[in-house]
Design a protein around this ligand. Structure first.
Ligand SMILES: [Mg+2]
Length: 180
């Protein structure tokens, strides 16, 4: 039986923080799934560059039973296409206030905020990072975002940071599965 004060699904073993298994991984795009550069082609269309290993990591997370969502402050057809390719169905673009969308995606995925991890790099990401169970900042995040993070990646956004995030969360979840 869970101890008083420990949320359902959280580890109650002494020595471990009361943090549940993470089920939903929510990603910012610019500076997290990309390096943060905004590149426009000759027709004025925004192009984005994604890292192939991040895609493989996202598929691994999904195969392990995890859900993935994207919340971006900008709007780009490239993001919609990348999400389609990776079978990510929780996608919101052009979002000024990310917290309500974070909460909506948690509801749609059937998870609590504590069962979600948010990966960010910039100030708009702070509200959902404060609300989620496992806030993560990428290496290139601004200092204020790094201060909110439980973990800061060694790799930069767009350079394999999400692979590192997935390995970290899978390790975290394996520990929780064993001790709860
Ligand atoms: Mg960003």
């Amino acid at each position: 039986m869970a101890r008083a004060g420990v949320p359902a699904g959280a580890c109650a073993v002494a020595g471990y923080p009361a943090l549940p298994v993470i089920k939903l991984l929510i990603l910012d795009v610019d500076g997290v799934l990309t390096g943060g550069e905004l590149t426009y082609d000759e027709r004025g269309c925004l192009t984005k560059t994604f890292h192939v290993q991040d895609g493989g990591a996202i598929r691994s997370w999904q195969k392990a039973g995890g859900r993935v969502a994207i919340i971006s402050g900008r709007t780009s057809a490239a993001v919609a296409e990348r999400a389609r390719e990776l079978q990510i169905d929780l996608v919101a673009q052009g979002v000024g206030d990310k917290l309500p969308v974070f909460e909506k995606f948690c509801r749609e995925a059937g998870v609590s905020a504590a069962e979600a991890s948010f990966v960010g790099d910039d100030l708009l990401d702070i509200p959902p990072m404060r609300r989620c169970g496992y806030p993560i900042a990428v290496a290139n995040a601004v200092p204020a975002v790094k201060r909110e993070a439980r973990y800061v990646t060694e790799r930069r956004g767009g350079a394999g940071a999400i692979g590192e995030v997935v390995r970290r969360l899978l390790r975290h979840n394996a520990t929780r599965d064993k001790c709860c």
